[in-house]
Write a protein that binds this ligand. Sequence first.
Ligand SMILES: CC(C)(COP(=O)(O)OP(=O)(O)OC[C@H]1O[C@@H](n2cnc3c(N)ncnc32)[C@H](O)[C@@H]1OP(=O)(O)O)[C@@H](O)C(=O)NCCC(=O)NCCS
Length: 182
Amino acid sequence: MELHHFSHNIQLWKMNHKCAGRIMRHYIEEQYEDYTFATGSIKYLKQMQMLHAELFRVPMLNWLVWLYRFRSPELVSVALDKEGNLVGYECFMFNDGEVKDNILHGLFVGVTERVQGKGIATALRRFSIKTYDFGNLNALSTVALVDDIKALRSAQKSGYGIEKQSLKPSGHYLVKHLTLGR
Ligand SMILES: CC(C)(COP(=O)(O)OP(=O)(O)OC[C@H]1O[C@@H](n2cnc3c(N)ncnc32)[C@H](O)[C@@H]1OP(=O)(O)O)[C@@H](O)C(=O)NCCC(=O)NCCS
């Protein structure tokens, strides 16, 4: 990896680690049909990496794995089956361009293939919103790539609205405004 990428990733990691530590999140659990939604934990990190690699066909970026090693409770939501296995995840990070506005970015949402199409991604996004609402963040944002209907619909159905088109990556930039609680 080139040196400037490496140092940029270290800066991003530091900034995310610091800002995540200040998030006021509601650490709740919720039942959705046969699944349990919960805020993240390091114990699901390996399963999340495996599911991510399976769904996106590339490993999760190293600096993100290191971030979630420390900050899963603040930045990750998980969906578990009856046996407690991970079947879905949603993970967040702060971007340089959004952090000044107190916006947290939804980076990935993924549901294991055998249980896709049952509304889990939509419900998990709703769960994440609930955990951050009435806290100290202004909004959540996400990008749905132009041809990714499932990502777009699950975001819109959970309450995100398209605010503009994003160029890099090319897609819809969506925002869910939150209510400040404290
Ligand atoms: C995108 C993803 C998370 C959606 O998960 P899911 O649990 O199947 O989503 P939901 O069941 O909540 O469905 C969301 C919407 O997509 C639609 N949908 C689900 N499966 C679909 C399919 N095979 N074809 C077309 N639409 C589909 C649903 O009907 C729903 O919209 P609607 O109710 O308005 O019709 C899942 O497909 C996935 O993990 N994909 C790989 C990773 C990825 O690309 N993530 C998104 C970018 S970060």
